[in-house]
Design a protein around this ligand. Structure first.
Ligand SMILES: Cc1cc2nc3c(=O)[nH]c(=O)nc-3n(C[C@H](O)[C@H](O)[C@H](O)COP(=O)(O)OP(=O)(O)OC[C@H]3O[C@@H](n4cnc5c(N)ncnc54)[C@H](O)[C@@H]3O)c2cc1C
Length: 386
């Protein structure tokens, strides 16, 4: 129960308001220069140009040591940057995963050579990562992965397939969870993580279209690919603990409840125009929920800042966030007189377009990073209920 004992949001550090103002100015300028339109899906719009510009301003790898291209700033300052990028609906898909979890994973478990090679490039917004965890029969049950890595004279040989790999068709690397030894009694032994260059001979990336018809995720197939020995991340056989720490980064951020932020804004606008009292009350409740989630999520950022394990609290934010996103959808649906239109790519985010897009997209948001049942089972274990 210790995790839930103190979920009070910490005070934001001095200079936060200035950081927010600077970033807002950059985002307004970048929107004019690059012509992007706001999008609530943080991995939906890939723009290397945007990520490079963000990196050049020092906003990627914000918490990493300066030696590795970072800015040595706090997790709470990173929270502000993340929140502003989401509120603006900026095209963050290129650098998001690398900045949020692959870089921190390498910083924690990688060799110095891996860090020096990769982290400065991520921080410059030039190097993009995919998450190679899920497989056809190993999504929630990650310990069941069957992709196998075997030692060879020169390094490792990998055979297997991953699925739902976001942006593998445009990213440079994937961090791939493989079985390297027997599972043991707990099934958590014998797993290891590898840094795989997606241009390696024998890597095939096959598109999977989502309900919108967009190409966002993929199947990745490894046909006996050969990778050098120095691509093992951390220690052989310790992949399970490493993956758990990566998932804590993946689940803990404000992106877990910003998936309908632009729909919420469009809903507020529509209710204002119509002077609909019932809708205003429903929106008031949603805004109160949004602010509570923000407090919780800030508390998680505070835990990261203090070096505490945010795993269970992050699961709480993720599960409540996914429910909140669906609640926004319901309120928006009640406000629209007819069925929403099917959105065109890049459509302006009025209520009709935003709702059409959200109906097809939002249900999947609860799955990525771990399903609601899995989040609740983590929380139940912490509460001593299972
Ligand atoms: C938009 C999107 C992007 C994604 N991007 C990536 C990515 O880049 N890389 C990656 O590796 N994966 C990615 N995923 C995969 C995602 O993390 C998995 O979909 C997720 O972990 C669930 O696995 P699964 O689809 O195999 O479902 P399953 O594990 O088969 O689950 C099916 C259903 O059974 C339930 N269930 C399963 N086990 C239990 C249990 N023990 N108790 C109770 N209920 C249970 C689940 O909650 C779910 O409702 C992405 C998914 C989405 C939707």
């Amino acid at each position: 129960m210790t995790t839930f004992a103190n979920l009070t949001p910490p005070k934001l550090p001095e200079g936060s308001a200035r950081l927010r103002e600077d970033l807002r100015a950059f985002l307004a300028e970048s929107r004019r220069a690059l012509g992007w339109t706001p999008n609530s899906n943080f991995i939906g719009v890939f723009s290397a140009e945007f990520s490079r510009a963000l990196g050049a301003r020092g906003y990627i790898g914000l918490t990493w040591p300066k030696d590795y291209g970072g800015q040595a700033r706090s997790a709470l300052e990173r929270y502000i940057v993340t929140e502003e990028l989401l509120a603006a609906g900026a095209p963050c898909a290129a650098h998001w995963v690398a900045d949020r979890q692959s870089g921190p994973l390498l910083l924690r478990f990688g060799t110095d050579a891996q860090r020096r090679d990769i982290l400065p490039r991520i921080a410059r917004g030039e190097c993009y990562f995919s998450i190679g965890m899920s497989e056809p029969d190993a999504g929630s049950d990650l310990a069941a992965v069957r992709t196998r890595a075997i030692r060879t004279v020169q390094g490792w040989r990998i055979d297997g397939a991953k699925v739902w790999t976001s942006n593998a068709h445009v990213n440079h690397y994937a961090i791939v969870l493989c079985r390297t030894g027997p599972a043991g009694e707990s099934r958590h032994e014998g797993l290891s993580q590898f840094l795989v260059d997606l241009k390696t001979d024998g890597v095939r990336v096959n598109p999977i279209l989502n309900l919108l018809g967009d190409h966002e995720f993929n199947e990745m197939v490894f046909d006996g690919i050969e990778i050098p020995a120095d691509r093992l991340i951390g220690n052989e056989g310790e992949g399970w603990n490493q993956v758990r720490s990566e998932l804590a980064f993946e689940r803990s951020g404000p992106e877990r409840f910003f998936g309908t932020f632009h729909l919420l804004l469009a809903t507020v606008e529509a209710a204002r125009e119509r002077g609909d009292g019932a809708a205003e009350r429903a929106i008031g409740r949603l805004v109160a929920h949004f602010l509570s989630l923000r407090s919780l999520s800030l508390a998680v950022a505070g835990m990261l800042q203090d070096g505490r394990d945010p795993g269970v609290a992050a699961a709480l934010v993720k599960d409540l966030g996914a429910r909140f996103e669906l609640d926004v959808l319901e309120v928006a649906r009640d406000l629209l007189p007819g069925p929403p239109s099917r959105p065109e790519p890049g459509a302006a985010e009025n209520l009709d377009d935003a709702l059409g897009r959200a109906i097809l997209q939002v249900p999947s948001y609860s799955l990525r990073g771990g399903t609601p049942e899995i989040m609740r089972s983590i929380i139940a274990r912490e509460l001593g209920l299972r």
